[in-house]
Design a protein around this ligand. Structure first.
Ligand code: SF4
Length: 503
């Protein structure tokens, strides 16, 4: 791969962003990436920067934009947040052109180093080619080994680079045919935006595991991970890119290709639980309304005697609203988040941290003191965060602390681009419900049931194992694609009776 212009790849800090280990954020799930692309707009880079800003929740480690100005490609890729890189006029001015693709990254494959920051760019014999990827290939390692054996020189450690090499090696004469040939070789989850000197291209894997939508800004097409990026720039939502669809924009208009045999779609249900922004519409559903429905269903399934409903901010808020509305128990902000602690805040020393400093969250004593509270969070991974929150609530005077999760227990690892630990690191895969309750220190603990989750999504019969509608394998182990790079014969986790309440 080469740098596309003289000022390409302005270096960010080599060692990555300064990590502020927040007291409540050591246990959150992280999405791998968000993508954005626009065709035919005179301010393509500035608009892409705004779009990426709206997608920041999908990846905070690095960001990048590649543009084409009619004769040259230009690239800026940095470690750090979008606002730190692309809010400066001189950076946007270094990205001329009417076509752009952009990417925000949280790494789940490949280290956090500048050469892994996307969009990746390569100079192929047919011209330049940039690609940004949300998802994870389940045969990326196997393909990589084969490519290296055949002489490919890899520049990054990401699975996405495999796609560049497959396109480069294709013998087809037209770019779209080469791209399709590359996609036929890969397995797993991918939503891609790609740029050549003539085209903007979007592609979604045949199961539609990760989202990708089409928007319109004054007649100019936009491809992006979530509708919140369209709202940010005043663009209209047109439609979701269909699973298995490849869409190409060039001077002649839009062309759609569907080269894969159709399969029942399996979009990732975690987009609704946690990843997508609550103001986004995913698969035609409002994420906010789905989260509220999860909370209402949780209240239907498990409702102890309590005085107030308290969300774990921010991701537990919509489910807590739903729980409160359904149960009639008042909603209170018992945990306050400090939004002004930046990543560059001086990291406290261990001795200061041991004093119990709460950098980003603190208990709102007035809302919880002497009360029986129910805490609502979106999901449980390792349980370390939940334990700290329960302790914080008790220290602030809560009389009873009940804990509810607005998703089922996570029992299996993810191989599609989410930062989930292996099974040994998943609390629910290694402990009974009562053991978990004890570890967390709550008076009672319960999860949303699998069938309840599907009911809240509008399927009154619950989950149909023969046609599950969504990718839900972190709860069920029903992986929807080959896992070529991973053992498919791992022992199953203990079968737990998790749907009953522990108290
Ligand atoms: S394992 Fe979970 S988070 Fe990952 S793609 Fe499947 S449903 Fe989504």
């Amino acid at each position: 791969m080469q740098s596309p212009s003289d000022h390409a790849e302005q270096l960010g800090p080599d060692s990555g962003p300064i990590e502020l280990q927040d007291d409540l954020e050591g246990d959150t799930l992280r999405e791998e990436c968000g993508v954005f692309g626009i065709f035919g707009h005179p301010e393509a880079a500035a608009i892409t920067a705004l779009g990426l800003h709206a997608l920041q929740h999908r990846g905070q480690e690095a960001c990048g934009i590649v543009t084409f100005d009619g004769s040259r490609f230009h690239s800026e890729r940095r470690l750090g947040l979008v606002g730190d890189t692309f809010s400066r006029r001189e950076v946007i001015e270094r990205l001329p052109g009417t076509v752009a693709v952009g990417h925000v990254r949280y790494s789940t494959t490949g280290a956090t180093i500048l050469r892994n920051v996307q969009p990746l760019f390569a100079e192929l014999n047919a011209g330049g080619f940039a690609v940004g990827h949300n998802g994870n290939l389940t045969n990326g390692l196997s393909l990589r080994r084969e490519l290296v054996r055949n002489g490919a020189m890899m520049q990054s450690t990401t699975d996405t680079e495999v796609i560049l090499h497959l396109v480069a090696q294709s013998k087809r004469s037209h770019f779209v045919d080469r791209f399709i040939e590359a996609l036929r070789a890969i397995e797993g989850a991918y939503s891609l935006v790609a740029l050549t000197n003539k085209k903007l291209v979007g592609a979604r894997d045949p199961l539609g595991i990760r989202p990708l939508v089409l928007g319109d800004l004054d007649g100019r097409p936009i491809l992006t991970s979530e509708t919140c990026a369209l709202d940010m720039i005043g663009a209209k939502y047109v439609r979701d890119i269909e699973p298995g669809e490849i869409i190409v924009f060039d001077e002649e208009g839009a062309h759609t290709h569907k080269p894969f045999p159709p399969k029942p779609p399996r979009p990732c249900i975690f987009e609704y639980i946690y990843f997508s922004r609550p103001d986004s519409i995913v698969g035609g559903r409002s994420v906010y309304e789905v989260r509220k429905a999860f909370g209402a269903q949780l209240a239907r399934e498990s409702h102890p005697d309590i005085d107030v409903v308290v969300p774990v901010p921010d991701s537990g808020v919509p489910a807590a609203v739903g729980y409160s509305q359904y149960s009639g128990v008042p909603f209170e902000l018992g945990i306050i988040r400090n939004h002004y602690v930046g990543r560059t805040f001086i990291q406290p020393t261990q001795s200061v941290r041991e004093l119990g400093v709460r950098m980003k969250h603190s208990a709102n004593r007035a809302a919880i003191e002497g009360k029986r509270i129910i805490l609502i969070d979106d999901s449980l991974v390792r349980g370390t965060t939940s334990k700290k929150i329960v302790r914080m609530m008790r220290d602030a005077g809560a009389r009873e602390v009940h804990f509810r999760l607005a998703s089922p227990p996570i029992l299996y690892p993810d191989y599609y681009g989410i930062d989930l630990p292996d099974r040994g690191g998943l609390l629910a895969a290694t402990h009974t419900l009562e053991e978990m309750r004890e570890i967390i220190g709550a008076d009672s603990l319960a999860f949303l049931s699998i069938d309840g989750m599907y009911r809240a999504m509008g399927y009154p019969g619950g989950r149909d194992p023969a046609n599950p509608k969504f990718a839900d394998h972190c709860f069920t182990g029903a992986y929807p694609t080959h896992l070529t790079d991973h053992s498919e014969t791992e022992p199953q986790p203990r079968q737990l009776s998790l749907l009953a309440e522990a108290s």
